[in-house]
Design a protein around this ligand. Structure first.
Ligand SMILES: Nc1ncnc2c1ncn2[C@@H]1O[C@H](COP(=O)(O)OP(=O)(O)OP(=O)(O)O)[C@@H](O)[C@H]1O
Ligand SMILES: [Mg+2]
Length: 295
């Protein structure tokens, strides 16, 4: 599948992206408010090429809002977002975005191939855009996500996992440097979620794309994720997976007891309904013992 991908090199924006810039994404002191309510405040983090970063936080923490502000559709009164040295408005060609909820009607006469073609950046090449090159670009994106087998099916007739691959191919078609994915693993079965996580790992390792992905169930991503940004009470903090994926940190973040365990050589994050979270973030086991277990 994606082991044979031949994605073209990432696009360079017509606005002269700064290729010497070490970070693909730089978020500096970002503030977002909607309807007079401050949702995010002082959000600061950076993403390097080839980094796969999880964006986590409870429902309503502001993950989708943050992603929307990174692509410039959610205004931010204060702070700065820079993508390869450019503003969100000038870096659209460098970013692939997959929104949280997309519903395709089975009646929609749109094939996967058509959707991916819509994501191509032919407009930048002007009227001399050559159709064979366009076809190659579409096929490379389909190949990258293992979607060739259903390329000519209507998107609304596909399973959730197949649709998810198709929309990621759409986002990849413009050969982004930065991929923003909002809950791409939601509604996927174990196999599909793990395969998609493996695919994201491949895109970062082999193609050097930086990926920022939101997820509530982070287990499929743990083997491939190297960094985590977490949102709580409008503020953001970030760290390596090893730093963040700890029972105490996650329990405090979600206000719900979360256990981090090791099983079969893998780290797993599990809700722990029987325990209670203490003030220090450690959870109290029903038998009175405490735990702050870590990865
Ligand atoms: N356009 C809007 N108008 C009013 N409130 C909004 C708007 N967009 C988001 N919000 C509010 O902002 C808060 C954060 O929403 P957001 O969708 O960013 O959360 P989230 O972290 O993505 O949550 P989830 O895990 O459920 O997807 C919520 O309280 C939401 O109601
Ligand atoms: Mg959301």
């Amino acid at each position: 599948m994606h082991e044979h991908t031949n994605l073209p090199t990432p696009a360079t924006s017509s606005h002269h992206a700064d290729t010497s810039c070490a970070s693909v994404l730089d978020v500096e002191d970002l503030t977002v408010s909607i309807g007079g309510r401050m949702l995010l405040q002082g959000v600061t983090f950076a993403l390097q090429p080839g980094q796969l970063c999880g964006l986590i936080g409870e429902n309503g923490a502001g993950k989708t809002t943050l992603l929307r502000s990174l692509i410039g559709v959610q205004p931010s009164p204060h702070g700065q977002v820079s993508i390869s040295g450019l503003s969100p408005r000038k870096s659209r060609d460098l970013v692939g975005y997959v929104p949280q909820k997309i519903n395709f009607s089975p009646d929609l006469p749109l094939r996967v191939y058509d959707l991916v073609q819509l994501g191509c950046d032919g407009h930048r090449l002007g009227p001399r855009w050559f159709s064979r090159r366009l076809h190659q670009q579409v096929m490379a994106a389909l190949d990258a996500v293992g979607a060739q087998d259903f390329a000519y099916q209507r998107i609304g007739e596909l399973s959730g996992g197949q649709q998810q691959r198709a929309v990621i191919a759409h986002a990849l078609a413009r050969r982004p440097r930065l991929l923003l994915l909002d809950e791409p693993l939601a509604n996927l079965d174990f196999r599909s979620a793990n395969e998609l996580a493996g695919l994201l790992g491949h895109l970062t390792r082999v193609h050097g794309i930086a990926v920022l992905v939101t997820a509530h169930d982070m287990n499929p991503l743990l083997p491939v994720m190297d960094h985590i940004v977490y949102l709580a009470k409008g503020r953001a903090a970030s760290g390596s997976v090893r730093e963040v994926v700890q029972s105490a940190t996650l329990s405090k973040l979600y206000g719900y007891p979360v256990a981090v365990i090791e099983h079969g050589g893998r780290v797993l994050v599990l809700p722990h309904a029987d325990a209670k979270v203490g003030e220090d973030g450690c959870y109290l086991m029903p038998n009175g013992s405490t735990s702050g277990g870590q990865a």
